[in-house]
Design a protein around this ligand. Structure first.
Ligand code: ADP
Length: 399
């Protein structure tokens, strides 16, 4: 049974067609610059040559149509017709408090996606267009919404409430939701299997360190706490996002730099993080590491601040769970940046954690246990796979 996974961003569409019999990827690809000049599709069918075209793609409807055409194409295609697609799984950013699990798309689901536009202004509108485009292109085919906020749905009020007047929670549902939920759910579950932990009681901390970054604490695969909040701005230092800060900074900058609140928020989202802290050197961790290796003090300080924040969150999550069995690194930086791991682990000696540097060198983009056999807590690297997680949830709902 084949499942098509669609992940619509504001101007992009990532897709994978997965054969669920063996969970192999039959084809995957990316449409970029939707609605802007230079729109293009890169289609990678497994076992065949990559196929790329540049053509005007005015909206996500056209993009979905193009993807389906590529999948059934005589030359670059991988299936005879769209009949070979059993269902479509959609990554949807925000469900507010309405849905805490993946679900079949209904009119109510679409209403919720729409109601959450202001909580996920870049993603929810694109996600809805993706769903409607799939419905239009393949009438009657089941569509499933897999929410990025679902994993955080098991947090207790003590973890998700902000200490602001309660009426704002009651009126506007202002609370912490958490994001990267599909990744945290997948990686915490895989950690339990890979490290051979008890599936009901395992205490796991997942560090999803990519361009965006977040960290979660879960017990038996259920989220106890996670670092992103009402929006993805809270928590760790990220590529271009500040993460936690004193909210009074916003008013201060408005007054002293003559900026509007939206302009300051734009700076906090797009010009901060390691990019801002390194004076605009780069938002790419490879560049910062190269500069640090050459003795650049600002790059070194930036990466020290980044690792310190990760370690502080780990410490607070160990407290939240009263212990930890495994800590896992995942996503672009977590899976690949071997040099970052000792920078974080040097703060964790009090937990009896010992990094095995030789094992860590080998665990690049592949799963691995990177702690020594006598470490009190297992350190793991598990590559994230949000598409597979979406496909598994979709299959479970349409079976
Ligand atoms: P996202 O999905 O949030 O765009 P990814 O999880 O793909 O992010 O991670 C992208 C980031 O991973 C890039 O910003 C890059 O800095 C980092 N990255 C990728 N490869 C490496 C590497 N070998 N060493 C360090 N960082 C890396």
């Amino acid at each position: 049974m084949n499942i098509l996974v669609l992940n619509c961003g504001s101007s992009s569409l990532k897709y994978q067609l997965i054969n669920m019999d063996d969970e192999s990827v039959i084809a995957k690809g990316l449409v970029e610059r939707i609605g802007i000049e230079g729109s293009n599709l890169v289609h990678k069918p497994t076992g065949k040559d990559k196929y790329a075209i540049e053509t005007p793609i005015k909206d996500h409807n056209v993009a979905v149509k193009l993807v389906l055409d590529a999948l059934v194409d005589k030359e670059h295609g991988v299936i005879e017709s769209t009949d070979a697609i059993a269902a479509v799984g959609h990554r949807v950013l925000h469900a507010g408090e309405a849905y805490k699990e993946s679900c079949l798309v209904t009119e109510d689901v679409k209403k919720v996606v729409r109601e959450c536009f202001d909580l996920g202004p870049l993603h929810n509108p694109a996600n809805l267009i993706g769903i409607e485009a799939a419905e239009a292109a393949m009438p009657g085919k089941p569509n499933v919404a897999v929410w990025d906020t679902a994993f955080g749905g098991t947090m207790e009020p003590k973890a998700y409430l902000y200490a602001i007047p309660r009426e704002y929670y009651e009126k506007y549902h202002i609370r912490r939701y958490g994001f990267h939920g599909t990744s945290h759910m997948f990686v915490s579950g895989e950690t339990i299997k890979f490290a051979n932990l008890d599936k009901d009681t395992a205490k796991v901390i997942v560090c999803h360190l990519g361009n965006g970054a977040s960290i979660s604490a879960s017990i038996g695969g259920k989220c106890v706490d996670t670092s992103m909040g009402l929006t993805p701005l809270e928590g760790l230092i990220m590529g271009t996002r500040s993460g936690d800060l004193d909210p009074a900074i916003i008013e201060y900058l408005c007054n002293h730099e003559n900026l509007s609140v939206s302009e300051v928020l734009n700076i906090l989202n797009k010009k901060s993080g390691i990019y801002g802290l390194s004076n605009g050197l780069s938002s790419d961790f490879r560049d910062l590491n190269a500069a640090m290796s050459e003795g650049d003090e600002i790059a070194t300080q930036t990466l020290e601040a980044y690792a310190y924040r990760v370690a502080k969150y780990i410490g607070s999550y160990v407290a939240a769970m009263n212990g930890v069995d495994a800590i896992t690194f995942t996503a672009g930086v977590g899976e690949n940046a071997v040099w970052l791991r000792p920078m974080v682990c040097k703060y964790l000696g009090y937990l009896g954690i010992k990094l095995d540097e030789a094992a860590s060198e080998k665990a690049v983009g592949v799963p691995g246990i990177i702690s020594t056999p006598d470490s009190k807590v297992k350190l793991c690297v598990i590559p994230t796979n949000e598409e597979l997680a979406i496909a598994r949830d979709t299959l479970a709902l349409v079976k």
